[in-house]
Design a protein around this ligand. Structure first.
Ligand code: PEP
Length: 252
């Protein structure tokens, strides 16, 4: 049985004061929900404040990115061990990183291997662009992104891994995919790619999330799918009632 997980990606939103305020408002209702792993990923600047507030709550904390190197002359970057001091999770290969910061599968792969070495749970994002979707390339693109991003990951670490299937055309657009289509991508290409890397049994243990315009209104449609184990949520994760309702839907 794979435990459901919902993760909120706040992207480049919320100052430290706003982070404190938002966590203060969501922590009590989120703590009441059992049976679902919950993770909040605020911006780097807010991680320290968030970590203090979340301590002992059972709610996980994640970074939205990191560098793969341990340390050194990489101005503006954050190392895996710096992330590990405050977080248990790290989002890697988000489509915004791939599109605006030129992150290739090879770059994502180096980061995933560093997350493994640091003992962080990587939430690895894959997903096709609108152009690729319209050209019916979804299966090919997602399959190769999954295999290439996870190359060299050990079968021991794999059950800790989280893959987020996020069609790029659904992110922040209000146009979510639908449960059947998203489930098919996970079943037909993501799990087979995981099975090739780690073996069938381990592939079944890896949690796969859906992401892309998830709201309280459509969450259950995705969570009812057998291959989808939760959601990576952007916009709706910064609205207390929405995120709490999504976490509740995942717990059911
Ligand atoms: C995301 O940022 O990963 C995301 C899925 O965003 P949204 O929920 O806003 O589409």
């Amino acid at each position: 049985m794979r435990k459901s997980l919902v993760a909120g990606n706040w992207k480049m939103n919320k100052t430290i004061a706003e982070t404190r305020d938002l966590i203060f408002k969501m922590i009590a209702p989120l703590r009441e929900i059992t049976g679902v792993e919950q993770v909040i990923c605020p911006p780097f600047m807010s991680l320290m404040a968030a970590s203090a507030l979340l301590e002992g709550s059972g709610i996980g904390l994640g970074a939205q990115n990191m560098h793969w190197e341990e340390k050194g002359a990489f101005t503006g970057e954050t190392s895996p061990m710096m992330v590990k001091e405050l977080c248990g999770y790290v989002i890697l290969g988000h489509s915004e990183r791939r599109a605006y910061f030129n992150e290739t599968d090879q770059v994502v792969n180096r980061k995933v291997l560093s997350a493994q070495a640091a003992g962080l749970t990587a939430i690895v994002c894959v997903g096709e662009t609108l152009e690729q979707y319209e050209s019916k390339l979804t299966m090919d693109v997602v399959s190769s992104q999954t295999s290439n991003s996870l190359k060299g990951v050990s079968a021991e670490y794999a059950p800790r891994l989280i893959v987020a299937y996020e069609p790029v055309w659904a992110i922040g657009t209000g146009k979510a995919s639908n449960g059947t289509e998203a489930n098919a991508v996970v079943k037909e290409v993501i799990r087979p790619a995981l099975a090739k890397l780690f073996g069938e049994e381990t592939a079944q243990a890896v949690r796969v999330l859906y992401g892309g315009s998830v709201t309280a209104a459509n969450a259950a449609e995705f969570f009812n799918q057998p291959e989808i184990d939760g959601a990576l949520v952007g916009g709706a994760s910064m609205k207390v009632e929405e995120f709490v309702a999504i976490a509740k839907a995942a717990a059911n």
